[in-house]
Design a protein around this ligand. Structure first.
Ligand SMILES: Cc1cc2nc3c(=O)[nH]c(=O)nc-3n(C[C@H](O)[C@H](O)[C@H](O)COP(=O)(O)OP(=O)(O)OC[C@H]3O[C@@H](n4cnc5c(N)ncnc54)[C@H](O)[C@@H]3O)c2cc1C
Length: 290
């Protein structure tokens, strides 16, 4: 048995180490000031895919990412850890996409990839934080979905069995393939890069990256086709530009506020309801909660 697995992985600004220059004056993320990283839960998703490939070695893992040219780093990272190939969905027309437009574009790329049994995404991205894209991709493809997965237990007789992490415990569910699975951060951590794969794929590049290279290397990419990372535009995936990027996004991010907690604001409360109500009102007004 072998499975065609697509891992959805997003390049995100490392919002875990937000410094004072992380936000621009217009309230948008200063992506230049924040290192771009592999979304943490997408690494858990990749690990689940690699786990399936260990059990069914003929399986194929394709990492799919939508983003600017530098998101090719996500594909290389996936290859260094054991994925078989990668697709970068990149086009200015994808910029400013909300989750609806993002999931539309990703679903069009999945259609173009063609064969898929399991699509595995992270539960949530650490920048948009909506946890909407995985379920939306399933809806767009008209297939089932299992969210908050902690472990893919088994795949047999055309069905997948999964342990889910819920607020008050775990449950084991089963559903027919094909399906979308979103993976929780409580799942097994991703295995590190493999030294041999790092050597093999360190020169892997997209056509756009190659264009900025001097010509010395061209023979290398002809001789080793696996070094050519696939790059698709709106036209390549037959997407309707109106449904992509800003034009396809009913949700517009109006303003992002930088909430920095400062220790000196501690307050001692008694168990008096009025005091607690007052504190809650303050925390909501300061956007610390809610
Ligand atoms: C601060 C902030 C707030 C935002 N708020 C909203 C909002 O309220 N509503 C809205 O519609 N949009 C919002 N956006 C835009 C949203 O971030 C983008 O649409 C984004 O592409 C997808 O949403 P997400 O980051 O919430 O991802 P999530 O839905 O949390 O991502 C879940 C999983 O989907 C996959 N995935 C997500 N994006 C990609 C990608 N580009 N390539 C490959 N796989 C991917 C990954 O596996 C990821 O783990 C916001 C963006 C920011 C920076």
């Amino acid at each position: 048995m072998a499975f065609n697995i697509i891992v959805l992985a997003k390049q995100v600004p490392d919002t875990r180490n937000v410094g004072k220059d992380a936000m621009k004056a217009d309230g948008t993320v200063n992506r230049a000031a924040l290192p771009a990283i592999f979304n943490p839960e997408d690494l858990n998703a990749l690990e689940q895919a690699l786990g399936i490939k260990e059990r069914f070695p003929e399986s194929k893992i394709t990492v799919l990412t939508m983003g600017p040219g530098r998101a090719a780093d996500i594909l290389r990272e996936g290859l260094f850890r054991g994925a078989d190939d990668g697709v970068l969905l990149t086009d200015r027309a994808f910029a400013g996409a909300d989750t609806l437009a993002t999931s539309y574009a990703l679903s069009m790329a999945v259609h173009k990839i063609g064969k898929y049994d399991i699509i595995i995404s992270g539960r949530q991205a650490i920048d948009g934080d909506t946890a909407q894209v995985g379920p939306q991709v399933a809806e767009k493809l008209g297939i089932t979905q299992i969210t908050y997965a902690e472990e893919i237990l088994d795949i047999a007789n055309g069905k997948i069995r999964i342990k889910r992490r819920l607020e008050n415990g775990v449950e084991v569910v089963e559903c027919p393939l094909p399906t979308v699975v979103t993976v929780n951060g409580s799942a097994r951590a991703c295995r590190p890069r493999n030294a041999k794969l790092l050597q093999k794929f360190k020169h892997a590049k997209t056509a756009t990256e190659l264009q900025s290279e001097d010509n010395d290397y061209v023979e290398l990419y002809t001789a080793r086709p696996y070094l050519n990372l696939v790059e698709w535009s709106v036209a390549d995936v037959n997407a309707d530009p109106v449904q992509c990027g800003l034009s396809g996004s009913p949700t517009k991010v109006k303003k992002i506020e930088n909430v920095v907690f400062q220790a000196k604001e501690s307050k001692r409360l008694t168990d008096n309801d009025a005091e607690i109500d007052e504190l809650m009102r303050e925390l909501i007004e300061s956007h610390t909660i809610g």
